[in-house]
Design a protein around this ligand. Sequence first.
Ligand code: AMP
Length: 450
Amino acid sequence: MTPLDDFRYGPLDPLPPPVHKPRADMNFRAIKGMNDILPGEVERWQQFERAFRDTVELFGYREIRTPIVEPTSLFVRSIGEATDIVEKEMYSFTHHDDALTLRPEGTAGAVRAFVEHHIDQREPVTRWYYLGPMFRGERPARGRYRQFYQVGCELMGDPGPASDAEMIDMLVRFFQRLGIGQLEVVVNSLGGPATRPRYKQALVEHLTPRASQLSEDSQRRLTTNPLRILDSKDERDIAAIAGAPSVIDLLDDEDRAHWQKILTYLERLGTPYRADPQLVRGLDYYSRTLFEVRSSAGLVGAQNALGGGGRYDGLAAEIGGPATPSIGFALGIERILLAMGDQTAAPRPIVMIAPIGERASSEALVLAREIRDLGVAVDVDTRGTSLRAMLRRANALGAPLCVVIGDSEVDAAQVQLKDLAGHNQSVVARADAATQVASLLKAASAGGSG
Ligand code: AMP
């Protein structure tokens, strides 16, 4: 290649970061707590989603996609009437006479689909994963949004405890693969249907004499949902909880054996964990095993939970299906990306074709198709503008290569290749152009100069 001396352009100009400030002259903007994910940012999402799919598919999970809208009663029934989600966070509306809700989580829809399609009759053990938007009308903060995205897994038809330990280990391996630091894996058991009322009662007995010291929310929860008080971040509640009975001490023999075996499996796998008898989660359907993964990397306060889950052995029957012991988890994509910090993911490298003149434009469209057929992305600048403007755009896109075609190139059955990173150019026969471009681009991206 010869030096690119017929045309001078400035240093590579990356696209400026997106501006999040609203325009004074614009009447519309996205709803608070609901965000646009723009190109530049979306590559990290795609990279995360690929890593997730890749990890869970290695464990035999297959993707399921359920509707974003479900009957409101499905969530009330499964998540629980006295939970924060159902009490105050659901986006519910009536359409004709149907009470509908934007899904606040993924498990209820997955279990509904499992029951509705008689999946249990086809496979005794079902492993599903999902990804998509969820909706909760929470107060927006860093790491807490009203439309947010989750990935999750559901394992239906296996009572554990080996599957519980495997799922927790899968999560830990996934987070390690993502390179997330300051990771903490907290596990607990809430016991089965027999233990839970006993534990509730013991907790209420401990808290009732201290009721006046509790926060207003927790005073109310003492009658509606006492377990949630354990989750409170309020100093007054934390003080009142101190010395409360431990759920682990109240487990019956079967629950205790289940719990002990999980810990034995985790030890055998070398999975790091911390048992915390105060761990509770915001959904009512859990029984026995509960877990949460936290990281303080890049996250603040209450938003340090990257994901969590647990057993929901009673849920399928609760919504009218066969008794199906099950366990699952959900992870919040936004929080995980925050915890991953400023790692960048490069966009797919792209070649720019800059045609000058009418005949060159049609030639450019044909050449672009040939190059794309070789698996390389191409952007044809069809604006009919100056070479300078087209090269500036190629720089802004980060294109490592620009193909320039003018009338003289069309007449000579040639094209000009400009290596924008190396500031070189060469002339190539039109007939060889597509293969040359594809191999140069692949070499450039392999060398990391794309
Ligand atoms: P949950 O479905 O409540 O068990 O939450 C599972 C995970 O989803 C949490 O650990 C968070 O990472 C994420 N998550 C839950 N609610 C929100 C929210 N409002 N905004 C962002 N992420 C959330």
